[in-house]
Design a protein around this ligand. Sequence first.
Ligand SMILES: Nc1ncnc2c1ncn2[C@@H]1O[C@H](COP(=O)(O)OP(=O)(O)OP(=O)(O)O)[C@@H](O)[C@H]1O
Ligand SMILES: [Mg+2]
Length: 407
Amino acid sequence: MKKSNLVAGLDIGTAKISACLGSFDRNDKISIINAHSVCSKGIKNGVVINIKELTDSIDGLIKQLEEKSKSKISSVYANITGHHIKTNMAKGRINISAKDNEITRLDVNRVIDMATNTYIPFERYILHIFPLSFIIDEQLDIKSPVGMFGKKLEAELHIITALASCVQNIAKSIRASGIEIAELIFSGFATANAVLSEHEKDLGVVLVDIGAGTTEIVVFWENNIRFTEVILVGGDCITEAISKELKISFEYAELIKRRFGCANPRKLNNDERFVIKDGRWQKGITRRYLSEIIEPTLNDMISQIKSKIDKVQILKRVTFGVVFTGGTSLMDDFLEVSEDILGMPVRLGMVKDVISNIQNINSPDYLTSIGLVKYGLLKKHKKIQTISLNFFDKIKFKWKEFIEEYF
Ligand SMILES: Nc1ncnc2c1ncn2[C@@H]1O[C@H](COP(=O)(O)OP(=O)(O)OP(=O)(O)O)[C@@H](O)[C@H]1O
Ligand SMILES: [Mg+2]
């Protein structure tokens, strides 16, 4: 396999940082050939809190992955998330100037330019532009307007933006480890790429990634992203509740949560006991008691997710319900409890359309970075239908090139 065909994805999370390497194999299938993950440092809830620590973790991770795969990694498709990520619906409308009224790529650029200028404040970085539809005169739902005729062209776009300073801090941390950024991708979009099928995205599905510090919600129908939101809840909230109630360190609470945690205390009796120790003391705890500590925080998280989903009024549009990813969704009985609260079908996300010999390929450690690799490979081979920016470029000009590629 030619090493130049390899694409690397880097997932910078609150709990772990992971990276994957992949390429297209001989049969044109996406193959994930290596993956590695280390504990995260220097980042919390998607926001860099210590550039040096984050750079060192990325540096260590990439070196280990390079060693494992005997390949040099010079650039990565990396994720970005956090409360600062915003989603905007934007509309633009222009008159077609050509005498014969034939719409050109330039017109499409102009209408998108107008929409972004009107709706996106200058200090925000545009991560992704998803064209939802174009309208030519009164004809709705046009997908590809170039070459068609009309007097007026309107565009309806879904745009995902990030706060400039957050983007700069992430970028500086990655680049300081000697790695270039091929592109920064919104985390939820990357994870969706890994686990959702085209069929699900067409008939409607919600991806919910509950990590340690952030939860991404991404809604699709008719093969388009319709809504995205990042909320500041995750497994850390549960660990904090356990640590406070049992008066133990965060690290110890994390350990017992992963080992004994359960989302539904009513499923447990008082027989299952374990012992917690802290130097001078030790005490017996039932799993049921631990679960009673977990339940209110977890239920509150799922209710917050529900209220965001309800806001989009999607029930009739989302045939496939909610697909969960992220470490928190691994807790015992998590799916049953969330199905009850959300009132829609739920399942755990597994990688789609990827081949790999890696044993724990469906671990939440890797799903986002696999999504990044998939995105990178599809983009490199021009098989992807999105318009996105390389944030290093001058925004106003660079995205036009992508639009031209696309249309
Ligand atoms: N078996 C388990 N039961 C309960 N919680 C778990 C389990 N395994 C992992 N977690 C929790 O999942 C979280 C880590 O998940 P994940 O790796 O998806 O987060 P992250 O990507 O690092 O964070 P974020 O996406 O918020 O930046 C931690 O809070 C961890 O305690
Ligand atoms: Mg994550």
